[in-house]
Design a protein around this ligand. Structure first.
Ligand code: GLT
Ligand code: MN
Ligand code: MN
Length: 386
């Protein structure tokens, strides 16, 4: 058994709003003080993390004079260079200020929409300065409570217009930044546009710079929608669109809980880690979670260490699973390798005729057992260390 101590080579990253979340919720005020961004970056380096991500407003006071914003940014940059923590992702806060109450890129107010694009352009400049390779778009306020309040096709047109404009801005400025859309079904809006991985993947295909745009799926968000995060990430990888990932945890059917990674859906989480490790995914393992509201002091760092530790445990378990001869046999018994064999191959008149002439015995086919119970028990045995 490893000691599960993370190192920067593991590429673990945390958002500025995660470990430092003050514990505010819809029913109660902050339970702990904010952390100075410089202390935050030092803390990340101390626990063996590699990267940090930020919203514009996490670093630079919204609406403050340019000189103040520059000073705030420079302090942060110095903390990065002092510690070696990299800026792994940036994003725009398009949800906190009351002006975004009707949406940002999809607000019915054209001036709010124009401001939202301007705010994103300004922070793309900062992202480029800090070397962030990925820019996330989480449309927190892009949605409705009253379905009649927006024509969905117009909202999607405006969403696309914003992303097309911003992608062209990135190209025009010569930045090496890719976009990652983060789907979420609801909260804070009653219904959100681009609610799931599937909706977002389909939307991306309509964009001018579709090749520059991928996804940032989040465990909690797909789980809220009642979907398997594992299957969502798998299809995202299959489509070459896993540009970033938000790891956390969530009980199904609840509000967005943003729990410590690996603390709830242990089986799906194990499968996700195995998938990421076996897929060659080389991006950040980014934790978008927050400590329990009743933590403070050391407790918030316990939370951060826990996210990474559980990932590393799953990584070791995944290797153990794949190396286990019993698992290899169980995979074969389940027919897993058989699914990798093409069914009919490319179409030709000859392959079509061959298939049409083939005789199948439905009774024989129906009588096959797939030994999935045995295979799944090995997943459980591995996770539980039996
Ligand atoms: C916000 C949200 C997250 C998003 C962040 C990016 S901020 O906390 O809950 O899921 O990833 O804007
Ligand atoms: Mn979330
Ligand atoms: Mn997220």
């Amino acid at each position: 058994m490893g000691d599960y101590t993370p190192t920067p080579a593991d590429k673990f990253a945390f958002g500025m709003w995660t470990i430092g979340h003050p514990g505010r919720d819809p029913f109660g005020d902050a339970t702990r003080p904010p952390i100075d961004p410089v202390d935050y970056v030092r803390g990340l380096a101390d626990i063996g993390a590699w990267g940090v991500s930020f919203h514009d407003d996490d670093l630079m006071t919204f609406g403050a004079p340019e000189s103040q914003r520059r000073a705030e940014l420079d302090r942060f940059k110095k903390a990065l260079s002092d510690t070696g923590i990299v800026c792994s992702m940036a994003t725009t806060n398009l949800f906190w200020h009351p002006m975004f109450k009707d949406g940002a890129f999809t607000s019915n107010d054209r001036n709010v929409r124009r401001l939202a694009i301007q705010k994103s352009m300004r922070n793309l400049d900062v992202a480029a300065e800090l070397g962030a390779p990925t820019y996330v778009f989480w449309g927190g306020r892009e949605g409705v409570e009253s379905a009649a309040s927006k024509t969905p096709a117009d909202a999607l047109d405006r969403y696309r217009e914003a992303l097309d404009f911003l992608a062209s801005y990135v190209v025009d400025q010569g930045y090496s930044i890719r976009f990652a859309i983060e789907p979420k079904p609801n909260e804070p809006r009653g219904d959100t546009f681009l609610p799931t991985v599937g909706h977002a993947l389909a939307f991306i295909e309509t964009l001018d710079h579709a090749d520059m745009v991928g996804l940032n799926p989040e465990v909690a968000h797909e789980t809220m929608a009642g979907l398997s995060f594992y299957q969502g990430v798998a299809q995202t990888l299959w489509q070459g669109k896993l540009f970033h990932i938000d790891l956390n945890d969530q009980k199904i059917g609840r509000y967005d809980q943003d729990l410590r990674f690996g603390s709830e859906g242990i089986k799906d989480d194990f499968m996700v880690v195995r998938l990421l490790e076996n897929s060659g995914y080389d991006g950040p393992k980014h934790f978008d979670a927050r400590p329990y509201r009743n933590e403070n002091g050391d407790g918030i760092w316990d939370f951060a260490r826990g996210c990474m530790r559980t990932y590393l445990i799953f990584r070791e378990k995944a290797k153990e699973f794949d190396a286990n001869p019993k698992v290899k046999q169980a995979l074969a018994d389940a027919g897993v390798p058989e699914l990798a064999i093409p069914t009919v191959g490319p179409y030709s008149r000859a392959t079509a005729d061959e298939l049409l002439a083939e005789k199948f015995d439905p009774e024989t086919l129906a009588s096959r057992g797939y030994r999935n119970e045995q295979l799944d028990q090995l997943v459980i045995d591995t996770i539980l260390g039996a």
